[in-house]
Ligand binder design. Structure first.
Ligand code: F0G
Length: 354
């Protein structure tokens, strides 16, 4: 017990807007693995590390912001919470709401969120409202509900979410001893790229790092408004988590890109699914499709000759593969290779061992 990770509020309290009286609502999120990737290091000619955010309590990076936002909301007397979501924000908010005793309401695009994420909101006791529309429509409604009714908004437009999500950057620096040269991550509503950049900047200001990383964000090609510069009215991608056409943190994402001399580019669904497959079969890390887009983007940049030689690169893997098994298994035909009677010879034969 003495050495249990305490969750991001206690581990990084001095960096966060919480006071001594703030009741900390935590599932001991954060403290996620930073894995060296031999495969990617070889493939791109750099020193590549994977920040495995699927290992958070509800299976995505959202928990980092949720612990701060929920703690502050409870301190301020909130009774109910609302969010729009492609599935992970809602999974996280409902878990923290359950722990805090708040009533959770979630708005999700009808038929467009992965089954595992829907299950999370349901089992944590949320009222789940499916909206005929996309994430962007859901966010407009969530904002209006929070304006007109006694319910607190938990999307990343709630600044406490961004505050908490900075802790991932802190952990990277604490693990590596300095900021990486390049930080790669998927971009949807653009809260996370905003949060990492602020986190690195805060640590740099305090003299905790000697440099700032370039921020490399990747969107899915069918939902890439930050790449094209125009709102996408009907975003479409297999990576449902980042199916966002009008990111709330648009301006701060562009700021992170430009101030860091970074880039925000698009990757195709095929590249995303290939990266998901390769991560699972080469590294033993099962991520959801959206989470593979950073890896797909890094490989794309390498093919374009844009990965600086020997650079230290960190790629955030944002969410767990178990949230969306349907997409992961689609195209793999039968889930099992063969069905046999309970017999060792038949097993050896089926396994190709004879
Ligand atoms: N990866 C995953 C697995 C996500 O769920 C999200 C966002 C992102 C990446 C992109 O992060 O929005 O900060 O740029 N999911 C939101 C949600 C939209 O509702 O769960 P972002």
């Amino acid at each position: 017990m003495a050495h249990q990770w305490r969750g991001v509020v206690e581990e990084y309290r001095q960096w966060l807007p919480v006071g001594a009286a703030t009741p900390v609502v935590t599932l001991r999120e954060g403290g996620t693995p930073l894995l060296s990737s031999q495969w990617l290091s070889r493939s791109v000619g750099a020193d590549v590390w994977l920040k495995v955010e699927g290992d958070n309590p509800t299976g995505s990076f959202k928990d980092r912001g949720m612990t701060v936002a929920m703690s502050v909301a409870v301190e301020q007397g909130a009774r109910a919470c609302v969010c729009a979501s492609t599935g992970n924000t809602s999974a996280s908010m409902t878990a923290y709401a359950a722990r805090a005793g708040l009533r959770p309401v979630v708005l999700v695009p009808h038929g467009k969120i992965a089954a595992g994420k829907m299950a999370q909101a349901v089992v944590h006791g949320a009222t789940v409202v499916q909206v005929r529309g996309g994430f962007d429509d859901c966010l407009v409604i969530a904002r209006q509900l929070a304006d007109r009714y006694p319910v607190v908004l938990f999307n990343s437009v709630n600044p406490m979410r961004i505050e908490g999500q900075q802790t991932a950057a802190f952990e990277v620096v604490d693990a590596l001893g300095d900021a990486p040269d390049v930080h790669v991550l998927p971009v949807g509503n653009a809260g996370n790229i905003t949060a990492y950049w602020r986190g690195y900047a805060a640590y740099a200001d305090a003299g905790m790092t000697t440099r700032l990383p370039r921020m490399w964000g990747f969107q899915a090609a069918g939902a890439a408004p930050l790449v094209t510069g125009v709102v996408v009215s009907a975003p479409d991608t297999v990576a449902t988590a980042i199916r966002v056409g009008n990111p709330a943190s648009w301006a701060s994402a562009i700021l992170a890109r430009d101030a860091s001399h970074g880039r925000i580019d698009a990757v195709s669904d095929a590249q995303i699914l290939q990266a998901q497959h390769d991560l699972a079969t080469r590294e033993g890390v099962f991520v959801e499709p959206a989470s593979a887009s950073g890896v797909a983007g890094l490989l794309l940049a390498a093919r374009q000759g844009e990965v600086p030689e020997e650079a230290r690169v960190v790629v955030t893997l944002t969410g767990h593969g178990l949230k969306d098994t349907a997409t992961a298994l689609a195209g793999s035909g039968s889930v099992v290779d063969s069905v046999i009677d309970a017999d060792v010879h038949a097993a050896a034969d089926a396994a190709g061992l004879v």
